[in-house]
Design a protein around this ligand. Structure first.
Ligand code: 9Z3
Length: 397
């Protein structure tokens, strides 16, 4: 690993960040994070920064419209629960209104909390609202875990919306995590936009359709000035690549000896492993977890610098939830040496020693629903992180 970065990368960083005002919430988030980290440094607890959900790309400075992506934040919210279960404190940097640890079991339209409730009959017509009997056990377990995390200050929820807000937050949080040293873990599961409109080319006001007289040429956004207006009713959006800051995180922002895990998402099985490996080589961090959009709830690949370098983690067929949308036929397609998805034997990790076998969060109900792949991913990561911490603490001979 090089010990420092080329000047161009620091220059790119200042060019980007100097162009934007910091997010309004940043100061408050920094204060909360500082206190959170101080507390956990004192007790020598490991802290993971989990990033989660999509990022928006505004089309106007006073934003009415934006480009978004599919991520609901399931991976991040679920992983955060398993990290808490493994004894970590969690900073949960998430897209506002995406899924949250614990409440994810009862939120959004698929799991509307109202469906879990009932009204107890009463002569007064004002009977108490209760949790339906069939959900009592599951909800008690989730509630207890949620309250434990809250009461012990183990979970810090920090929201962002745009890609720029995300990057400001990531930089600030990573710097604040420095006192944690090897006890810090970065788990970058957010689906960060690759494209955006730089501020100096963004329309200030709501983009108008051409029925409204154009006053100052702001009908198009992101368009380079030398490109001609078509005069049609089309909206032409011209996006630039978002600067890649993973190398800044690895060599500048993050604590020395911390562990950094990024995700790589693809839709084409034939390039997933290649792209994950390329990302690992480019940024020299510790692990890239590759996943396909269509199979991400059943399989991921761990790509590491050391042999074997490519390790697949799969939920056995018999333990896959029936309610998950995805394309089961595509399981196995991205593996460099293809396999037949014939059932339980494809799981290359022992499930027995993880909480997954007993159902993880949600216990019996979770077992009924199938195993969450994060219940296999997180214990594996914890093992890798433990090895790194042990190595970092080993006296030099
Ligand atoms: C992931 O690959 C996540 O696993 C998902 C989770 C976004 C697929 P859901 O929210 O989905 O549970 O529905 N995250 C990272 C994707 C990403 O943007 N990676 C960048 C890239 O591929 C690198 S940081 O270039």
């Amino acid at each position: 690993m090089p010990s420092s970065l080329p000047d161009s990368s620091a220059e790119e960083e200042s060019n980007y960040f100097n162009n934007y005002p910091p997010p309004k919430a940043l100061k408050n988030h920094e204060a909360l994070t500082r206190a959170f980290i101080e507390r956990h440094v004192e007790s020598n607890r490991r802290v993971v920064l989990v990033t989660s959900g999509g990022t928006t790309v505004p089309l106007e400075n006073q934003t009415v419209r934006f480009v978004d992506n599919f991520s609901a934040g399931t991976r991040g919210a679920t992983s955060a629960e398993y990290f808490l279960e493994a004894g970590y404190a969690v900073i949960f940097l998430h897209r506002q209104f995406s899924l949250l640890p614990y409440s994810r079991h009862y939120s959004h339209s698929t799991n509307c909390f109202l469906d879990f409730m009932d009204e107890r009959p009463s002569p007064s017509d004002h009977g108490p609202i209760v949790v339906r009997s069939e959900y009592q056990d599951e909800m008690r377990e989730v509630l207890r875990k949620y309250r434990y995390a809250k009461q012990n200050n183990l979970l810090l929820l920090l929201p962002f919306t745009t890609v720029t807000e995300y990057l400001f937050e990531l930089r600030a949080l990573a710097n604040l995590m420095r006192p944690l040293g090897a006890n810090a873990l970065f788990y970058l599961a957010a689906a960060v936009s690759d494209f955006f409109i730089p501020r100096d080319r963004m329309a200030e006001h709501k983009i108008q359709s051409s029925e409204v007289p154009v006053i100052d040429g702001d009908v198009y956004t992101g368009l380079h000035e030398d490109e001609p207006h078509s005069g049609s009713k089309k909206l032409v959006v011209d996006l630039d690549p978002v600067p890649k800051f993973l190398h800044r995180l690895v060599y500048g922002w993050a604590p020395e000896k911390s562990m950094i895990v990024s995700f790589k998402l693809e839709t084409d099985p034939s390039i997933l492993v290649y792209k994950a490996r390329t990302s690992l080589q480019r940024y020299s961090h510790h692990l890239v977890i590759g996943n396909l959009l269509s199979t991400r709830k059943w399989e991921v690949v761990f790509v590491t610098p050391d042999p074997p370098g490519e390790r697949w983690i799969r939920v056995p067929k018999s333990k896959r939830s029936k309610s998950i949308s995805g394309v089961e036929d595509q399981v196995g397609l991205a593996e460099s040496k293809p396999l037949v998805d014939s059932g339980d034997e494809v799981t290359q990790l022992q499930l027995g020693d993880t909480r997954a076998a007993s159902g993880g969060v949600g216990g019996a109900a979770q077992a009924r629903k199938g195993i969450e792949i994060e219940s296999i991913i997180i214990p594996e990561l914890v093992k890798m992180h433990s090895e790194m911490i042990e190595k970092a603490n080993r006296p030099r001979s």
